[in-house]
Design a protein around this ligand. Sequence first.
Ligand SMILES: C[S@@+](CC[C@H](N)C(=O)[O-])C[C@H]1O[C@@H](n2cnc3c(N)ncnc32)[C@H](O)[C@@H]1O
Length: 354
Amino acid sequence: MRSNQKFFLKSKSLPVDKFFSNVLYNFKFGYYSNVYPFGKKGDFVTAPTLSKLYSEMISIWIISTWEIFGKPKNINIVELGPGDGSLIKILLNISKKFPKFNSAKKIYLFEQNNFLKKIQKRKINDSNIKWIKNFSTLKDGPVIFFGNEFFDAIPIKQFQQINDSIVEKYFILKKDTQIIETFKKAKKSDISLIKSYKVLKEQKFIEFPKSGLNILEKVSKTISRLKGCLLMIDYGYLKPNNQNTLQSVMNNKKNNLLENLGKADITYHVNFSLLREFFQKKNLKVKKVITQKDFLKNMGILERAEIIAKNMLFREKTNLYLRLKRLLSPKLMGNLFKVILAFKFEKSDYFGFR
Ligand SMILES: C[S@@+](CC[C@H](N)C(=O)[O-])C[C@H]1O[C@@H](n2cnc3c(N)ncnc32)[C@H](O)[C@@H]1O
């Protein structure tokens, strides 16, 4: 075992979320502090790093939502977990074609990782963009939050229901060399939180995104305060089925969860029914959750592809087609990725969901 693997379990016993938070985000040995993860040469491909068309669709969605909000003079736009900054770069370019939106927009990036922050700053290279640690600084005008593969990157807790009691999964260090899992009695506050969700009632194995929901609590409060919405796209499902969905990838291939700690990315599949119930508890309205394929097609991605393909060489067209296929095919990202929109606003005729 490499010495830094042991480092991730220094305290010898950690719940799943704390352990993987260390593995992914520890400022010294954490995955996101050392590895450039995106693209073919990295460990995984995300939609904005796969295709400009995706970022264009999201940019058009943001601008159309500003129009639905009545073209306010100030609009706050917050990207949650901006990765390598690809999406905002495209939004900035497209904004130039919409002068009123361009002068109304205030763009904020919510990123906890200093290594990625540097990459974002270099790529975006625009002094008007601000990086924020909390949302209380947002003022004047409604807010549009957006996050692609943000929620699935925030470590979750795992619980098991045994008869009437709920136990939490921990990782422990055995004989100072081997990482194994064990279960301990869950905290009372966590048990009552879990029991407050109808969608988790029948589950024997429960994945609970406690840290992620803490962030979404702040997002929801900001939306209620300023009016606005949150659009999130992630790998996930609607019907929970006692799944353990934690997964590890390295070099675009599956990796054993407890191997290559700090060198592989670890994510899980988002429970969209839980998110829907969460937002409803926070008094936000929620659109019917749809697939990435339906959302992008509703936004006109195929028509846009046809237009740009007109002046392309055959080789470029093939490349465009392969990337589109990956985004839209039901067996690839098309159905596996889902889109949720939570909002507080009088109007509800958002593009992409019509
Ligand atoms: C899988 S990457 C997705 C990046 C980008 N949105 C994309 O689709 O290419 C997850 C992003 O969320 C950020 N992130 C994860 N947890 C976070 C947290 N608690 N607060 C802020 N950013 C976080 C990561 O550092 C990274 O930028």
